[in-house]
Write a new protein. Sequence first.
Length: 141
Amino acid sequence: MHNTKDSVKEGYEVTDMNARLAIGVVIVVLITMVFGGVVGMLYYNQRAQVYAQEQSKVKSMVVVKDSQVFNDGPVLQSDPVADRVAVVGAAKAHLNSYGWIDDGDGVANRGHIPIEKAIELVANSDGALYRQSPTVATVNE
């Protein structure tokens, strides 16, 4: 239906939309979506093949440790629980002991005390430990 003088006078149009144009736009959109989907699937398939090849290379690597052969990749720790227990035990032994620290020059010039004793000294010092300047012993000849 086309515009008539009466419809224009009344303030509205009665022109129908061009059906060929609408169908053409829908077809173009559908073709674009199908083409994009095909390209996406081809790209995904290609990436999946590359990933599978990389994974097969990794699984075929052989790691030898302690005369044992492992095909599943490198072994980071033979016994993580025992390793953690050893590290925590060494740290606790150091934190709860007295000792001297040698910097490698053969002279033990720093000491350490148990952590509980250090906390007690700092708590009871009322900040005096931080206000004191270090003293240097001098020898008069």
